[in-house]
Design a protein around this ligand. Structure first.
Ligand SMILES: Nc1nc2c(ncn2[C@@H]2O[C@H](COP(=O)(O)OP(=O)(O)OP(=O)(O)O)[C@@H](O)[C@H]2O)c(=O)[nH]1
Ligand SMILES: [Mg+2]
Length: 348
């Protein structure tokens, strides 16, 4: 699965229709009075959440979205029709911002939730409204207003339950491939994964969670080094992180230093991200180098109060046990979150 996670789009609501200036002239009513009808309101541009959509891909091919203009008013007190709304489907988790001011216009999470992102102009008022005893033949109407128009930036926050974080090349994509149907590219060089991938991990017949593989992080990612920072925000709604570490030492780095560096990145990007529970996992245990160093490393992590899991994403060793643990942790954090929400909703 590929994810286009950002898109820009220009939206233009419909202008209001003109109010009409007209006078009724009929055979037996030569001075029938003002009869210009109102213009119709312009149509809105509306976003609606379609739970079936998972990407912003459609916006790549549609950079201008226009709603219909209101019809002009006509004589004989005829109103113009309202312009047609333009209803655009977006995936759940889309955040809509004004591209210029960065102001958040909508955070669309709930299926079928709607939001007007550009409001249609008001129709003008025809002169039929303005006859007074002193002015029986008003030659004016109230002008229509233009539809709203602006550039929007859309951000899609993937709805992942569990996020995979770690240095480039530690085996994140290999792991997600092992446990889900997601098929990101895997190769022996950093930054193989360029866009986030989501995989559904099935725990049993009833329970599954969504795992996100994001591009590898490196030190300074939050400042725009590497690729990771653009994607960190995809993790903002996860309830749990799997922190993957290459324990083979073949990278030349110290695994514990890697662990600290990634956590530093998470903190620098968003303090809330750093407080999410982590399951810390050493990978590549099929390699002798990794196996040899693992016991000592595990002890060093234990000194920090961190339980270090060990797996080989390549062979699948230890992966089933890890998944069971992650599934339990995930269910527990969810239960806590649900209880907290229920408490918040309960009357004081
Ligand atoms: N021996 C061994 N190699 C592994 C294991 N897991 C991954 N690899 C290898 O490590 C390299 C990187 O794996 P990826 O899964 O692409 O790593 P990644 O963390 O997704 O890397 P980026 O997408 O670049 O951040 C590949 O050559 C994998 O075959 C493992 O458990 N054992
Ligand atoms: Mg990868």
């Amino acid at each position: 699965m590929k994810f286009i996670d950002e898109a820009e789009v220009h939206v233009r609501a419909g202008d209001g229709g003109r109010g009409c200036i007209a006078f009724l002239r009929e055979k037996y009513r030569p001075h029938g009075g003002p009869s210009g009808g109102d213009g119709g309101d312009g149509g809105d541009v509306v976003f609606v959440v379609d739970p079936g959509l998972t990407t912003l891909l459609d916006f790549k091919f549609q950079s201008l979205i226009k709603a219909g203009r209101g019809e002009h008013g006509r004589g004989k007190e005829q109103y113009g029709k309202r312009g047609t709304d333009q209803v655009i489907r977006v995936p759940a988790g889309t955040i809509v911002r004004d591209a210029q001011t960065n102001e958040c216009i909508a955070d669309l999470r709930v299926p079928y939730e709607r939001c007007v992102v550009a409001r249609g102009g008001r129709g003008g008022k025809g002169n039929m409204h303005f006859a007074t005893p002193t002015n029986q033949a008003p030659r004016f109407s109230i002008p229509e207003t233009p539809g709203e128009e602006r550039r929007l930036r859309l951000e899609l926050h993937l709805m992942a339950d569990v996020g995979l974080v770690g240095y480039p090349n530690v085996g994140k994509s290999t792991l997600i491939t092992k446990v889900s149907a997601a098929r990101p590219r895997i190769a022996d060089y950093p930054f193989t994964t360029l866009v986030p991938h989501l995989g559904v991990v099935r725990l049993d017949d009833e329970r599954s969670f969504v795992l996100a593989d994001i591009p590898g992080l490196i030190e300074g990612a939050h400042r725009g080094l590497g690729l990771g920072d653009r994607f960190l925000r995809h993790l903002s709604r996860t309830s749990l992180l799997i922190h993957l570490i290459d324990v083979s030492g073949l990278s030349g780095r110290d695994p514990l230093a890697d662990y600290d560096a990634i956590n530093h990145e998470l903190r620098a990007f968003d303090a809330a991200l750093a407080t999410k529970p982590q399951v810390v996992v050493g990978n590549k245990l099929d390699l002798v180098e990794a196996r040899d160093r693992f016991p000592e490393l595990r002890a060093r992590f234990a000194e920090r109060g961190v339980a270090l899991w060990g797996i080989s994403a390549a062979t699948g060793d230890g992966v089933a046990a890890l998944l069971r643990h992650v599934g339990q942790q995930w269910a527990a954090t969810r239960a806590t979150a649900v209880a907290a929400a229920a408490n918040a909703a309960a009357p004081q």
